[in-house]
Ligand binder design. Structure first.
Ligand SMILES: NC(=O)c1ccc[n+]([C@@H]2O[C@H](COP(=O)([O-])OP(=O)(O)OC[C@H]3O[C@@H](n4cnc5c(N)ncnc54)[C@H](OP(=O)(O)O)[C@@H]3O)[C@@H](O)[C@H]2O)c1
Length: 273
């Protein structure tokens, strides 16, 4: 069987570890390498040490260029600084393709990622879950409900360690609704409410964020009219859902060996294949 060779960025993190494990478990994938920070205590150590398993006879690299040698795809589970630096270097050397799950990119970082996608195929997923990808499509479908009658509110809950808010997934779901309504999230988004807010403005999209405990990820998009409510919601029970989705994205990018042309892709491409 041909195997998809995958390099993982951020293997010491929660998502990165799960992705490494999923790559090692998938019969059609092989781990080509991992990249850790230069200061990481795992730099130069066997990857098995990071994953708390038997040695894999492969060292954790600090050089992206060395870690991607022979790789078909890079799956990125690091943080925005490393995502952008890596995207630019991969674009400069013409590949391999990049699949990034990192959230919290600034507008200018999003632009830099878009620029890299002119040179190499880049798939950006705020959420690798296939269920969330379907939820996004359903939200877009539901957003045809007229804004004059239907208010949209987006709710999300995550564990206490999450650093960005609203979550990248909440933003993605809200963007899907805003796009269908012909507005941008900058125009429609109401990020928080406090004090004398006055009545709700027609056509806005509100956000509510909860942080606490160890909740992996819960999202709900509520469509509220005076007489009924439609809620599209998703709950992740196991972090492995993201890792498995990332592998699905790698399979889609690999495309049976022919790869994809340079462009910015999303999980919508994966679930609509
Ligand atoms: N798309 C999805 O489905 C999905 C799901 C969950 C999370 N996420 C997102 O994925 C990202 C990672 O989440 P996480 O919970 O795994 O975070 P985390 O546990 O903090 O892990 C971050 C990883 O990135 C590494 N890193 C950060 N900056 C680096 C740099 N400059 N150079 C090299 N390595 C660097 C860290 O290395 P050290 O250990 O050395 O610090 C660590 O391995 C976040 O943006 C999160 O929102 C996405």
């Amino acid at each position: 069987m041909t195997q998809i060779s995958i390099t993982v960025l951020g293997p010491t993190g929660r998502l990165g570890r799960a992705i490494c494990e999923a790559v090692l478990e998938a019969p059609d994938c092989r781990l080509a390498g991992v990249v850790v920070r230069a200061e990481s205590r795992f730099a130069g150590h066997d990857i098995g040490e990071i994953l708390e398993r038997a040695p894999l006879d492969m060292a954790a690299e600090t050089s992206l260029e060395l870690a991607v040698e022979g790789a078909d795809a890079v799956i990125d589970a690091s943080l925005p600084g490393m995502t952008i630096a890596s995207a630019q270097r991969l674009a400069a050397q013409g590949g391999p393709s990049l699949i990034t799950g990192v959230t919290g990119l600034t507008e200018s970082q999003e632009e830099m990622l878009g620029a890299a996608a002119l040179q190499i195929p880049v798939l950006k997923a705020s959420n690798f879950s296939l269920g969330v990808a379907i939820a996004e499509a359903l939200v877009a479908q539901a957003a045809v409900l007229p804004a004059r009658d239907w208010d949209i509110e987006v709710e999300e809950t995550h564990h206490r360690r999450k650093a960005d808010a609203p979550s990248g997934t909440a933003l993605m779901l809200a963007r899907a609704a805003a796009k269908k309504r012909g507005v941008t999230l900058q125009e429609a988004g109401v990020w928080s409410r406090e004090g004398t807010t006055g009545p709700r403005e027609t056509g806005t999209i509100g956000f509510a964020v909860t942080r606490g405990g160890s909740i992996i990820g819960e999202h709900a998009v509520r469509f509220l009219s005076e007489m009924e409510e439609l809620t599209i919601s998703h709950r992740a029970f196991d972090r492995r859902v993201f890792a498995r989705g990332a592998i699905e994205a790698a399979r889609w990018m690999y495309n049976g060996g022919s790869g994809r042309r340079p462009a910015l892709y999303s999980m919508q491409n994966v679930v609509s294949a």
